[in-house]
Design a protein around this ligand. Structure first.
Ligand code: ADE
Length: 420
């Protein structure tokens, strides 16, 4: 349904969305502290923000914090399959935030939604995967000068932005929220770990114990997925292209194999590499019948679906978010969530408690961009003071306290004279 500058599935879903947003807020104490301060101080008064993020109950809480801070916010989806339609409806109907997002939208509608968000002429952009920033740079060069800065949520987006900056084409400063310690060590590892297992379980109801689970990529997301699959009793095999990460996997007690060998034995395959055609024709040819393929990376390119289709004689939906491919020799392969990020397609994404830290970093980074004029057109890290403050507030919200350095210890750490 489309009303006044919005495009969501149905406004009648709004009440359910409000309940979801409130439920998530209970697990987002750090963001709530920031929201309360923003409501008092209005640090973002009148600033136009376009956010291209997964439209979830956690993102809704971030949008409300920015709005309370005085910002004029519009939101569009950062993936065609990650939107929670109830939440999108509530954002529009209950909270008056223009939102462009429908779960299952086509690529065409997805880009139309990003264009709608951009048509609000943002002064600050917030992105998850850099599609909004990419479109802005490709189609609206003339608008770049009005933009104060932006933030980027995810590894893939930061990689794209660094490449834009390297080509000297990045038009304004952007803060790499992904790279804050209080983001990637928790969101990428524990968030992706839990929500990926959750998505595959909800889609298939598979028993993990005793399964051979092949995790492609041993970055922070892959580490989290492997850890949680192992915790459920799976035998985890890791595939890597980076020797150091492969060594880490071995010394974490996991088996490491080239993917073509792992393809012959694996029951469940999960990609988390950020790269393209990771599971490809030679691997499809080697799979056991019944193999399950899922992706947890940002884009739906990690599993080469056109190649899988080309090897298949049949393709049908057998459950929500599960497609069965029949290969010409009769083997069956199951693809989850159209090869899009399975944790958001088939489940609810990362739990609110971990998004609390990611989105606290987002909110404080937006405030930083607003108050620090004159930054160069570069990709910046989240200032350490923000990162540490988020960690401090999270610990406090969990009722935990930690020790402090004594004066003697601080002095010792800054000296070079003292040895044994
Ligand atoms: N990315 C992963 N999980 C998410 C969530 N729950 N909300 C927004 N973005 C996410």
């Amino acid at each position: 349904m489309s009303i006044k500058n919005s495009d969501v599935k149905s406004l009648s879903l709004s009440d359910a969305g409000v309940l979801r947003i409130e439920w998530a807020s209970r697990e987002m104490p750090v963001l709530q502290i920031i929201r309360q301060r923003f409501a008092k101080e209005k640090p973002l008064k009148g600033v136009r923000i376009a956010a291209c993020l997964h439209v979830t109950s956690e993102t809704a809480n971030l949008m409300l914090a920015l709005k309370d801070g005085g910002a004029v916010v519009v939101l569009c989806a950062s993936n065609p399959l990650s939107t929670q339609d109830e939440v999108a409806a509530a954002l529009v109907k209950e909270y008056g935030i223009p939102t462009f997002a429908i779960k299952g939208e086509s690529n065409e509608v997805y880009y139309r939604h990003i264009k709608s968000a951009l048509s609000h002429r943002p002064q600050i952009t917030m992105d998850d995967g850099a599609d909004l920033v990419s479109l802005l740079h490709r189609e609206h060069q003339g608008w770049l000068g009005d933009i104060l800065g932006g933030t980027e949520e995810t590894t893939t987006g930061v990689i794209r932005l660094r490449s834009l900056a390297k080509a000297k084409k990045l038009g304004y400063p952007i803060i790499a929220v992904n790279d804050a310690h209080t983001k990637y060590l928790f969101d990428n590892r524990y968030g992706t770990g839990q929500s990926t297992i959750d998505g595959i379980t909800r889609a298939t109801n598979v028993l993990w114990a005793g399964k051979k689970v092949v995790v492609c990529g041993y970055g922070w997301c892959g580490k989290g997925i492997a850890m949680r699959a192992r915790g459920l009793g799976a035998q985890v095999i890791v595939t890597e292209v980076d020797p150091v990460r492969a060594l880490e996997a071995v010394m974490d007690g996991l088996q490491v194999l080239p993917l073509v060998k792992a393809s012959r034995v694996g029951d469940i395959f999960i990609t988390a590499t950020g790269n393209t055609s990771v599971i490809d024709e030679p691997h499809f040819r080697a799979l056991k019948s019944g193999a399950i393929l899922a992706n947890s990376g940002h884009f739906n390119v990690e599993i080469n679906i056109p190649a899988l289709q080309a090897l298949s004689t049949g393709r049908r939906h057998v459950r929500p978010f599960v497609e069965e491919f029949t290969l010409s020799d009769g083997r069956l392969v199951f693809l989850l969530g159209e090869g899009r990020l399975v944790n958001l397609a088939a489940a609810e994404g990362h739990p609110a408690s971990v998004m609390d830290m990611s989105f606290a970093n987002q909110a404080l980074s937006v405030e930083y961009v607003k108050t620090h004029r004159g930054l160069a057109s570069r990709v910046y890290p989240v200032p350490e003071a923000i990162d540490r403050e988020v960690g401090r507030l999270k610990l406090r919200s969990m009722g935990l306290s930690i020790d402090r350095l004594t004066g003697e210890q601080r002095k010792y750490l800054s000296s070079w004279e003292q040895g044994t």
